[in-house]
Design a protein around this ligand. Sequence first.
Ligand SMILES: Nc1ncnc2c1ncn2[C@@H]1O[C@H](COP(=O)(O)OP(=O)(O)OP(=O)(O)O)[C@@H](O)[C@H]1O
Length: 592
Amino acid sequence: MFKIYLRVIGLLAPEKGLAATLAIANLALAGVFFLEPWLFGRVVDALAGTERHDAWRLIGLWAAVGFGGVIASVWVSLYADRLAHRRRLAAIASYFEHAIALPLSFHGEHHTGRLLRIMHGGASNLFGLWLGFFREHLATLLAILVMVPLALTINWKLALLMIGLMVSFAVFNAIAMRRTHKAQGEVEELHHAISERAGDVFGNVSVVQSFTRLSSEVAHVRGMMSRVLAAQYPVLRGWAVLSVLNRAASTLTIIAIFALGASLNAKGEVTVGQIVSFVGFAMMLIGRLEQFAGFISGLFFQTHSLNDFFRVLDTRLANVDKPGAPDLVAPRGEVAFENVSFGYDPAQPALRNLSFRVRAGGTVALVGPTGAGKTTALSLLYRAYDPSEGRITVDGVDIRDVGIDSLRRNISVVFQDPGLFYRSIADNLRIGKPDATDADIEAAARAAEAHRFVSAKPDGYATLVAERGRSLSGGERQRLAIARAMLKDAPILILDEATSALDNATEARIQRALGALTKNRTTFVIAHRLTTVRNADLILVLKDGELVEQGRYAELVAQGGLFAELDGQGRFVEDAVDDGSEEPAVLEARAA
Ligand SMILES: Nc1ncnc2c1ncn2[C@@H]1O[C@H](COP(=O)(O)OP(=O)(O)OP(=O)(O)O)[C@@H](O)[C@H]1O
């Protein structure tokens, strides 16, 4: 727990000058508040004596100390608040930056709902601890460190009772923590699971509604909440018992101080006045100890959440650049896979020993039954994952030896799932080219047959696309994904069933644009069109993660293997006739 606390405080390092000033100023302020009662006593003494002008001097000093203390407190709390807010946002930013760069395998295992909860929960706990650090943790610790030796010098026998109290606090806390640590971990895990479940249901709300699963989903979440309470109650009970024990120990200590004081008084070792002042002192120390116990219990309840936060930050990025890796600049686009194997689960390879080579500007069609590994093979090319064996080269250079960003800048992908953002249509297209002008965007949309439907929307290119593109038809989503890839204008293109959701006529028109797009670009296409397969320079036939055949269309048909079988089954769709028509919007624009 203390390691985590130190790490939390360590996150203030980027502003360590200000953080240290604030912490010291807070300590000084705690000291100033001790000064006031002392000055009060001095003033009373001065007024009672003859040195009345001294009293005025002291009153002036008292006013200056009091007023200065108030102003300094305002300054400290204002700057401490600002600093804590700034660092909280900085922590969220670094979490976000790190988490989105983590490998897809990590995102496969961690639901967005969980990652968001960890981000917000962790950041607000950091915030609370930082404020506590500036406002009371240090002052409490310092007060305890100063008061204990002071108590020993006043009367060591009475002080031993105080030390006994501190030890009992420490023991009770340790027992409570040991007994409840695991259960609190379960509580935290259940809270994550609730966020995960809720996020998942929000993301699939149309399915939930159409399958009339509303009440069962609510019942499930309520069931999880009952489990949270069942796990949380024993923890709360443990800590309630602890606070009662702490209280009882404090009361017993005060009584014991009186009792021991009385017996020492009987022996003439202490005066009644000394006992009374020691009790007053002991009460102050007990107050500080209780504050410290509160800090420990607060930290205890935040530990799991902070641990989860740091665990994400500590997850290593898989595809990091090798030191000094050069950028891949303007590649010609010759691509080779050399004995590439890969498995999402190392025990179950999704690709085995895949080897092929395509010339720059050539077109490769990947075909094969569903689940054969076509998408997986292409995802290795832009390093969504790295092969477990073998290597992939672009222009003869291993793609692991170049800057990953530069590699990805040179590859445009039209994903099977278009992956649209909850942003305007224009912003969705700008993902392909951030500095695209409105004219660029419109030209790409026209080429991808998207301009007409976009113009028909009330806000045109400013229309907000619903989460995951839910407000658009499947075909509209695909056309935006194609336009986005066109804007990117990269020398290597991956089309993963890019036009599968389009009607024949639209697809035929897009094929013209795609034909222009693929010219002089190395293109990988997971294809369902006969023309695409026929015109490909190389067809790769995959089955169960293995390359079973490769060659050109005529060769593969002549071979009479799997490809010929798929072809014979009418697996590839004949092209619709391109009637040479243009998008109506284009025609309208011309007519105007
Ligand atoms: N992220 C993932 N994690 C674990 N397994 C995966 C993942 N993605 C795909 N798989 C598995 O890997 C295998 C190959 O999947 P892949 O998507 O590459 O097939 P495909 O040939 O593109 O199929 P389709 O034609 O249906 O799109 C499948 O068994 C699939 O279940």
